[in-house]
Design a protein around this ligand. Structure first.
Ligand code: NOJ
Length: 602
């Protein structure tokens, strides 16, 4: 498993740009960067120096015309990924599954979903990716399985077999109703009745996703076996799905009612229950120790005081995805019809808090998109914002904060939300459920659809936009989900040829970040924190620093140059998403244009 050296040299040597065979070395690094890049960031772990990339497998690249992305499709795009400086790809679940939640409902952790290919394809992907310095990161869905998993089938047969205690079964209340009033994350009761057992089972998500019983050591050992199987296959890491829910509080008592149906949000009742860390320490010991892999937990709601137990020297994971900056419009529960709004100041506060939280111990992934959220251009910028400037502006933040950037497929192209005419056009089960919740809460069909337009997970799940041909080069068949209608104008092929595109910007900044001590190791300090339009911060390492300034508004925004500590005539604009002021002396600028993003350095 010790392939770090190979990985690093491969990152440096083999990447290509989209349409030709140019190598990563053709991606322009800032010349200032070059002296440091050979030894830079020497003591860091490999996964702290790379860009990671999330692949929503269904929608990335179809190779066999069945309309779904697949493993061989990913193999055919490895050079594209290298061109973005990608050193790890996180694949959404590829296991056998009835696909009710697009793979987050696993029927068999040891086999590949037939839509995606075979185990041989998987082996080939891991090998070929490895040769290009790209590790394959598996998504471990360990809070629950599919109800079509053999484990669950056996468990639901009766109360007295080897698997009976593998899930969370409870008797009804005296009146026959559910054991408690918890509402699942996808809406409705978190309990479903099973005729055979004459009992309810618990599901944090959909009823087809029964929660595993982590109290049972047999369950835990079976899961560790799964993880070890994938390490033996050559996985470079794991993303741990829904991990804060694995431990349930004893007693299973009712929670405070927070909806019109008398239910209580399961998230608030079960997230990070005391004792969870014992399980995760066991996972670390039995799976991770001794392997050169990384783990990243999908772990929202970890308090600042507890963070040291989750990441860092004695943490259970290498990184955790926290949600604060992603859920700014929600107060706890992500019920779409209850969403509020947020200001740039809220985003700045959330980002700064997470940067500070890991300043001396621990490491975070940096991300603004994933397969569960709308596109970031729509999420973080006002309607009507220029998508190219906005995409580059947020990309600037993504690639310059401290942490491992996780690019989500299509983010590097500046992809935007869709808004389809009817709820029936949507595939995502949570969109349908949130639509129904909104109707129950008294909203009109039109209003309910507006919430779906704003938050649907399908916004980020439309197929990748590779070129201007039919179905954008994603498939020769019928795509499982319609493409975004703008694919003829916004696609990887066109953007590869256009130096001012979002993709070219990502490639440039990724080249700049690679091996750059300031960006990889440097400390973070927020600047101009009272400025309502501009997010500004510096990254400092030794005596060198970079200043990043991003105007999130659609108007000119003034700022105090001295307040940003820019007084030295050596500080120049190294990067600008407008392009026309690169090389200019930084202290001469007094404002940023709409959505302007600049990086200042010597
Ligand atoms: C989080 C995953 O990211 C999401 O897509 C999924 O629906 C839930 N966990 C349930 O597994």
């Amino acid at each position: 498993m010790k392939k770090t050296a190979m990985l690093l040299s491969a990152i440096c040597l083999t990447a290509t740009v989209f349409s030709g065979c140019a190598r990563t070395s053709d991606i322009p690094d800032n010349p200032k960067n070059q002296q440091s890049s050979s030894e830079a960031a020497g003591s860091m772990k490999w996964w702290q120096k790379i860009n990671a990339y999330e692949i929503y497998v269904n929608s990335f690249q179809d190779s066999d015309g069945n309309g779904y992305g697949d493993l061989n499709g990913i193999r055919s795009r490895l050079d594209y990924l290298s061109s973005l400086g990608v050193g790890a790809i996180w694949l959404t679940p590829v296991y056998d599954s009835p696909m009710e939640d697009n793979g987050y409902d696993v029927a068999d952790y040891y086999s590949i979903n037939h839509r995606y290919g075979t185990m041989e394809d998987m082996d080939a992907l891991i090998k070929e990716a490895d040769e290009k310095g790209i590790k394959v990161v598996m998504d471990l869905v360990f809070n629950h399985t599919s109800d079509r998993n053999e484990w669950f089938k056996r468990s639901s047969e009766n109360r007295d077999n080897e698997y009976s205690d593998w899930y969370i079964w409870r008797d009804p209340k005296a009146d026959g109703s559910e054991p408690n009033n918890w509402r699942s994350i996808f809406g409705g009761s978190a309990w479903t009745w099973n005729e055979k057992r004459q009992q309810y089972y618990l599901h944090t998500f959909a009823s087809s996703q029964p929660d595993l019983n982590w109290e049972n050591p047999d369950v835990r050992n079976a899961l560790y076996d799964v993880a070890n199987f994938w390490i033996d296959k050559g996985a470079g890491g794991f993303r741990m799905d829904a991990i804060p829910y694995i431990k349930k509080p004893s007693g299973f008592s009712d929670g405070p009612v927070d909806d019109s149906e008398g239910r209580s949000d399961i998230h608030k009742m079960t997230v990070n229950t005391d004792g969870i860390l014992d399980y995760l320490r066991e996972f670390k010991e039995k799976v991770c120790v001794g392997h050169d892999i990384f783990t990243v937990g999908e772990a929202n709601g970890v308090s600042p005081d507890d963070l040291k137990y989750w990441v860092g020297d004695n943490g259970v994971f290498d990184m955790i995805f926290e949600f604060n900056h992603m859920n700014l419009e929600f107060d706890g529960a992500e019920t779409w019809c209850k969403a509020g709004s947020f200001e740039l100041s809220d985003l700045k506060k959330a980002l700064t808090e997470s940067q500070k939280a890991t300043a001396s111990n621990g490491w975070y992934p940096i991300y603004f998109e994933n397969h569960d959220k709308p596109r970031s251009i729509n999420h973080y910028f006002t309607e009507g914002s220029d998508p190219v400037l906005a995409g580059k502006a947020l990309g600037t933040v993504l690639l310059t904060l401290r942490g491992t950037p996780f690019i989500y497929q299509g983010e590097e192209l500046g992809l935007t939300n869709v808004s389809w005419d009817s709820i029936d056009d949507y595939n995502d089960l949570n969109s349908k459920s949130q639509y129904n919740i909104a109707i129950k809460e008294g909203f009109s069909e039109e209003e309910a659809l507006d919430f779906v337009h704003r938050f649907s997970r399908d916004n980020a799940r439309t197929p990748m936009q590779w070129d201007g041909s039919e179905n954008s080069g994603f498939t020769t068949g019928t795509p499982w989900l319609p493409l975004n209608g703008n694919y003829k104008e916004v696609n990887a092929e066109l953007e590869s040829e256009d130096k001012s595109s979002v993709l070219s910007w990502y490639r440039r900044l990724s080249g700049f970040r690679r091996g750059n001590d300031i960006l990889i190791k440097g400390e973070y300090n927020e600047l101009l924190n009272d400025n309502k339009d501009i997010y500004a911060f510096e990254r400092k390492y030794s005596s060198a620093r970079l200043v990043i300034l991003v105007n999130f508004s659609n108007k000119d925004a003034d700022f105090d140059t001295e307040g940003a500590g820019i007084s030295d005539d050596k500080e120049k604009i190294l990067f600008s998403n407008y392009g026309d002021n690169e090389g200019k002396e930084a202290r001469s600028i007094k404002n940023l244009r709409p959505l302007e993003a600049i990086i200042i350095g010597e």
